[in-house]
Design a protein around this ligand. Sequence first.
Ligand code: NAD
Ligand code: WQD
Length: 410
Amino acid sequence: GSEMCIRDSTLDGKTCTPNYLTIASTYNKEKNERYLMANKSLATAPADQTILVTGGAGFIGSHTCVELLEQGYNVVVVDDLSNSSEEAIRRIGEITGKPEKLTFYQVDILDREVLDKVFAAHDIDAIIHFAGFKAVGESTQKPLEYYWNNVTGSLVLFDVARNHDVKNIIFSSSATVYGDPEMIPITEDCPKHEATNPYGETKSMLERILTDLHRADPEWNVVLLRYFNPIGAHESGRIGEDPKGIPNNLLPYVAQVATGKLECIQVFGDDYPTPDGTGVRDYIHVVDLARGHVKALDFMGGKVGTGKAIGLGSIEGPVAEDGTRSGVAIFNLGTGTGSSVLEVIKSFEQACGKELQYRIIERRPGDIAENYAACDKAATELGWVAEYDLARMCADAWNWQSQNPNGYNA
Ligand code: NAD
Ligand code: WQD
């Protein structure tokens, strides 16, 4: 195939180029023929379904795999381990006691041929798409890498999925698409704003791309989940967030101050128009977030909710005879409660039983004062509400961090 040609270093440019052009044009024809084939049914029981989890070794992905396995789903993970460890996969099997229902492939979603083999080897019913780069600051330095990995990688994934008639997809979007939000709490009626960094723009673009896929072929069954600030860890303390290098996000930074790896928390500004002057965010326990994905699968299969288009951008599409929905459904996943940086530090001090050093420095460019979600749509349509409060999030994060001070690297 064309990609094998590009990747195969034993082929020289001369044989490669004409070959590529020929194969590319045949390929497009095939795509058109297969264009309107049926989507997979989601009306069956979890034990009869296989979910492809891209980025399943990562922070949110690993917790979602645990919840899926606990509900009885079969899980196939593709992850290139660019920001994660295979040890997470092993521990998902250990926590759930169901390693036989979990298959892992170390695959880059940009690698069309290998991805195609994964779809050929497994009867995949739906995709939960986490794979991508996520560091806001880094994305401003490496825009090409971010657009290439996040956007091109997703395009390859969607195309291969379509060629295997898999059109059920849950996408990891972000509250970042609201920019500096027009309303607080943020409902799904809140208009999107232009992203302030390439990372955020990839999320916005992918929301649009998936929406356009549904518009062109109404069998696409798309759920866009806009996460607020996921933190915490599984209660076992065996899986959690393991950022490489010095953490950019508040919680892992605080946790590393608590273990003594870092010295002092830097609070980015205390002159915001918020109760204590520090930034307010909607922190959500990663296990709650993971469970939201399981509910989204129920929603896609027509097992919960009405499927009505609620909020800006959601589309109600035709429903298959077995109840499998189609459309574009957008949900905020948060707790509905905002916490300030100082409140987070206090709560973490309680969890770890130590006083944590911090100092106030200047604002971080691009930060907003406050954001938190309105969670009514997820409550009524998904039957999902976050259960865990900030104290529990910090306790679980500390349990993970103190047992694994170097993350997955023993
Ligand atoms: P993470 O980095 O821990 O997980 C992403 C996973 O994707 C990693 O395991 C990484 O190795 C893998 N990956 C990256 N590029 C890949 C590629 N080309 N092919 C295969 N695998 C690849 O991040 P996370 O916090 O678990 O986030 C998961 C998703 O949720 C991301 O899409 C992220 O943008 C989104 N999100 C995260 C947050 C957050 O604050 N953590 C908030 C909103 C949205
Ligand atoms: C939280 C608060 C900081 C670090 C980011 C992305 C967003 C989404 C979630 C992916 C803010 C303050 C932070 C520190 C601090 N990710 N802070 N000292 O910026 O709300 O959201 O992650 O989609 O797109 O932008 O999260 O954890 O970086 O910051 O004072 O060392 O903590 O100013 O108020 P943020 P964060």
